[in-house]
Write a protein that binds this ligand. Structure first.
Ligand code: HXC
Length: 257
């Protein structure tokens, strides 16, 4: 697919997806979401890429789903278009994903950030679910992901009121990871990505699966999966290398196999 609404590049072992619909505050139309997910999947398969960063521009990460595209939808048009199937695929990306957020992350834009594993944001970034103001509600996982991140009471207040929350508050509630000056967001996200790129890739993906499992299943199921993944890590050469390097008091060199 020709990329109409995103730009794609790499920085060392980091694959970067830049949302690029500047005239519409990076509002996510369906083609754009298809392009984003297609690129995430391509990076996920690409052996030279270890971490994926998703970013917007200085004004907006993404201002939500494209309201103009959505406004004539009906329950049946949504049923037949099935616009959320592609979001399910985003959940299956195995590599670490970092959202680098400047400006607005609203509605579907916030949901896109919440589908990433870590969020780095500018001091003046704004996160929110304004759907209530449009007479709808979050639809791409927002109610579930936000509630799991911050708890029921605060999530309800936030989504019900539809007011944006600033980055410090979002960090205080554990929804985002790091807050930096606006001009340092991309640099900080890439630095974090580079740090992760030095970790054993097999470990990273197994840990991601296990931590997601902790959020999504009863504890005992999560513990069983964690144990299975712990055993599986021992199938990798990186486990051998990592432990050997420790005993030899040197830095490990991980290959991702
Ligand atoms: C379509 C959008 C848009 C959106 C902004 N634009 N957000 N177009 N869908 N979600 C367009 C504007 O119409 C305008 O186009 C241009 O982008 C710039 O926006 P302005 O409003 O002029 O800029 P500003 O005054 O700086 O305000 C920025 C903003 C505001 C705070 C982000 O645009 C806003 O409130 N947007 C809507 C946010 C929202 O409600 N998101 C939730 C959508 S529902 P023109 O042509 O006039 O220049 C949703 C459901 C998710 O996300 C379901 C699952 C995917």
């Amino acid at each position: 697919m020709n990329k109409e609404h995103i730009k794609v590049y790499s920085d060392g072992n980091t694959g970067v997806i830049e949302l690029h619909r500047p005239k519409a505050a990076n509002a996510l139309n369906r083609r754009m979401v298809d392009e984003i997910v297609e690129q995430m999947e391509a990076f996920d398969r690409d052996k030279t890429i270890r971490v994926i960063v998703v970013k917007g521009n200085s004004k907006a990460f993404a201002a939500g789903a494209d309201i103009e595209e959505m406004m004539e939808d009906s329950p049946l048009s949504l049923e037949f278009t099935n616009p959320f199937a592609v979001w399910d695929k985003m959940m299956l990306i195995k590599k670490p994903m970092i959202a680098a957020v400047n400006g607005f992350a609203l509605g579907g834009g916030f949901e896109l950030a919440l589908h990433c594993d870590l969020i780095v944001a500018a001091e003046d970034a704004k996160f929110g679910f304004p759907e209530v103001n449009l007479g709808v509600m979050p639809g791409a996982g927002g109610t579930q992901l936000l509630t799991k991140a911050m708890g029921r009471a605060k999530a309800l207040e936030w989504i019900w009121l539809g007011q944006p929350m600033d980055a410090q508050e979002a960090k205080h509630y554990g929804v985002i990871n790091r807050v930096v000056a606006p001009e340092l967001v991309e640099e900080e996200a890439l630095r974090l990505a580079e740090q992760l790129s030095e970790q054993a890739p097999v470990s990273l993906r197994l840990i991601k699966e296990a931590v997601h499992e902790a959020v999504n299943t009863p504890l005992q199921d999560g513990l069983t999966l964690e144990r299975k993944n712990f055993y599986l890590a021992f199938a990798s050469q990186d486990q051998k290398e990592g432990m050997k390097a420790f005993t030899e008091k040197r830095r490990p060199s991980f290959k991702g196999v």
